[in-house]
Design a protein around this ligand. Structure first.
Ligand code: KG4
Ligand code: ZN
Length: 315
């Protein structure tokens, strides 16, 4: 069964067709990074307008490559969470297409979509499992009870991991988006050179807080600049990455261990980070937990993950 997936919640317009939730037949994407770079972050109104311009052409291409609209069973679309103007573009495009073609419309939660990227990468993966979702707007640990039923067991109390990456990158002068650039810089730094805070809550072992580590990086750099002291940007990036990825790993692996199902799935844009992937691999190997990493190309926002989750929602 072929499902069309439409994603427009932030700064990527993406349309894809996926068969039976697992096999990508077409995958079109247009990133708006070039447009927003000028402003150092996503400008919601500009994002919505850029989605309007791109969505029709991308959908046409994705549908054509997958064998035509008549072969598609249902239209899946990200309905939340995200930038409201950006979401409205994808939603209204999907509604119009579904109505005119006489096909069912399937709303998909963006974060469930990120998790579903793993169904494409790992044909053998089935719920139940524990998932760590780390994106630009969210940091959650969830129990995926079945394809559509999620139980949130931990979340960030302030900034998301990706947001902290982007803000730390900005003070280091790396520009937007910062995550991947921080990773490159961290590769040549010493993670033990500086100690940034790792937050734990005694009463909620699966909750995160990343605003402290973000502020610690900002204060560290400001103090160095004010006192005209040299500092190593790679060391800052490495120590920051160690602090953020260390906490994500520790809590996610503990949650997977306590759940008893022995499976941990990584999801979201921060999931592309190789330090996080290696840290999870090492910790899961030690604990005997089976780890599922999404292919890097499907970590960021894409239409295929929405089509995959859309398939299970539709069933
Ligand atoms: O999941 P995503 O594409 O969009 C949201 O749903 O938010 O996540 C985007 C976030 C950004 O904050 C970006 O800086 C971060 O993922 N990111 C990374 C890496 N690649 C993207 N963070 C750390 N390391 C990376 N390699
Ligand atoms: Zn996302």
């Amino acid at each position: 069964m072929k499902i069309l997936g439409i994603e427009s919640s932030c700064d990527e317009t993406a349309v894809s067709v996926v068969e039976d939730g697992r096999k990508i037949l077409s995958n079109t994407i247009l990133s708006q990074i070039d447009i927003h770079q000028l402003y150092g972050g996503v400008v919601p109104e500009i994002a919505a307008r850029a989605h309007c311009e791109a969505i029709s052409g991308l959908a046409k291409k994705a549908i054509r490559e997958a064998g035509g609209l008549e072969t598609i069973e249902a239209i899946a679309v990200t309905n939340a969470p995200g930038l409201i103007g950006a979401l409205l573009v994808g939603m209204n495009f999907a509604k119009s297409l579904a109505f005119s073609a006489g096909k069912p419309l399937v709303p998909v939660h963006h974060l469930k979509g990120h998790v579903a990227a793993n169904y494409i990468t790992h044909p053998d993966l089935t719920p139940p499992f524990t998932a760590l979702i780390a994106s630009g707007g969210h940091s959650h640990i969830v129990e995926v009870l079945d394809y559509t039923t999620y139980k949130i067991i931990g979340h960030t109390r302030d900034d998301a991991a990706g947001e902290a990456f982007d803000k730390a990158a900005r003070v280091l002068g790396l520009g937007y988006p910062g995550g991947a650039k921080m990773e490159e810089l961290a590769k040549i730094g010493d993670p033990t050179a500086i100690s940034f805070p790792k937050v734990h809550f005694p009463d909620s072992p699966y909750d995160f807080s990343f605003s402290g580590v973000k502020t610690a990086v900002i204060n560290y750099i400001h103090t160095k600049k004010q006192t005209q002291t040299a500092y190593s940007a790679p060391d800052v990036a490495a120590a920051f990455t160690e602090a953020v990825c260390g906490v994500l790993t520790e809590k996610a692996v503990l949650a997977a261990e306590m759940s008893g199902c022995g499976k941990l799935v990584l999801a979201g844009g921060v999931g592309a980070n190789s330090f996080l992937r290696e840290g999870l691999e090492n910790a899961c190997r030690q604990k005997g937990i089976r780890l599922y990493l999404p292919q890097k190309a499907l970590c960021g926002d894409n239409g295929a993950m929405i089509a995959s989750q859309g398939y299970y929602e539709y069933l």
